[in-house]
Design a protein around this ligand. Structure first.
Ligand SMILES: Nc1nc2c(ncn2[C@@H]2O[C@H](COP(=O)(O)OP(=O)(O)OP(=O)(O)O)[C@@H](O)[C@H]2O)c(=O)[nH]1
Ligand SMILES: [Mg+2]
Length: 301
């Protein structure tokens, strides 16, 4: 009887290669845009928490940066640390792969998961790209023969296809415990962080080619003006002077577009009219400086 009435609550790390759809999956699971998404790899840089309640049961997800081998830059080491932290504090893991590809990097991740594989659900994402889904069966069978995953779940984070099955599996696997976050709270990140991320998402989509990692966004302050608008002052930090002209664009066109799409989304987030001030600045080697990274909100190594 007590068994039946008790609640379940647990943490689930979402891990995988860059660009396989981890953040899209987090947003689909929680039903809110919490983690930024782009078609470019290495979009997520921090552990991003998202909460899903089902009755009195609670699943606490942590989206993580795409796992990669480049460890030369301090920024990448901070990103690697976010992945390990998420795994170390989780009860379950979702390892995400895309389509029917299982690469060398995916294999390396299974090695890193090691003993945790029996507590890992393999999410085969992006199945919407297959018209004939039976083609996936041999892929799923061979993976389940090779690795002791708790379950393998093909789905589409984009269309929501088969997402319900994953949610069922997750809630089945959570340990007993009371909910940690109150109802209605779906992330632990504040408005400044989320606003900076929204602007970074828009910039990443247009600038990734030219400024792959050297760009970050800092919110200087947010205030309300006499017109009832929320005024957001944001700084776009780049590593080199030569990147500045690219970020601004001819006659400020790039910045204008980024401002427009950011403002639209900030308005949804803040539920108020938004005035956005964007300034482009250069700080050399910020991605290699511990002090700068901390200032930009990265947790210490
Ligand atoms: N077709 C299809 N595309 C998807 C699906 N899920 C995500 N995508 C796309 O894949 C791209 C990467 O998605 P993200 O969610 O940013 O991927 P990520 O794994 O979080 O990437 P990093 O943060 O860089 O590690 C985006 O263009 C998404 O729209 C899916 O189920 N189907
Ligand atoms: Mg991501």
């Amino acid at each position: 009887m007590t068994q039946k009435n008790s609640s379940h609550c647990g943490r689930i790390a979402i891990v995988g290669r860059p660009n396989v759809g981890k953040s899209t999956l987090l947003n689909a699971l929680v039903g809110e845009k919490i983690s930024i998404v782009s078609s470019k790899p290495q979009t997520t840089r921090h552990g991003i928490l998202g909460v899903l309640n089902r009755g009195t049961n609670q699943a606490i997800f942590v989206d993580t940066p795409g796992i990669q081998r480049d460890r030369k830059r301090l920024l990448h080491r901070f990103m690697g640390r976010a992945i390990r932290n998420a795994l170390d504090s989780s009860d379950l893991a979702l390892m995400v792969v895309a389509g029917n590809r299982f690469t060398r990097e995916d294999r390396r991740l299974t090695e890193m998961l090691g003993q945790r594989l029996t507590r890992t659900l393999l999410v085969v994402n992006k199945v919407d790209i297959f018209r004939n889904k039976t083609k996936l069966l041999p892929f799923l069978e061979s993976l389940s023969r090779e690795f002791p995953f708790k379950a393998l779940i093909p789905l589409s984070a984009l269309t929501g296809e088969n997402l319900g099955n994953l949610v069922d599996e997750i809630f089945k696997g959570l340990p007993q415990g009371e909910a940690i976050y109150p109802q209605g709270v779906y992330t632990d990140r504040g408005i400044q962080f989320r606003a900076a991320e929204i602007i970074r998402e828009k910039l990443t989509e247009v600038l990734h080619q030219e400024v792959p990692y050297g760009l970050t966004v800092e919110i200087e302050h947010i205030e309300e003006n006499e017109k009832g608008q929320v005024v957001v002052h944001a700084l776009i930090w780049l590593e080199r002077d030569s990147q500045k002209a690219i970020a601004i664009g001819k006659q400020g066109q790039v910045l204008k577009e980024v401002g427009k799409s950011s403002r639209r989304e900030l308005r949804t987030l803040m539920k108020k009219r938004v005035h956005l001030e964007l300034w482009v600045k250069v700080r050399r080697h910020w991605a290699d400086s511990e002090r700068e990274l901390k200032r930009f909100g990265f947790d210490s190594l």
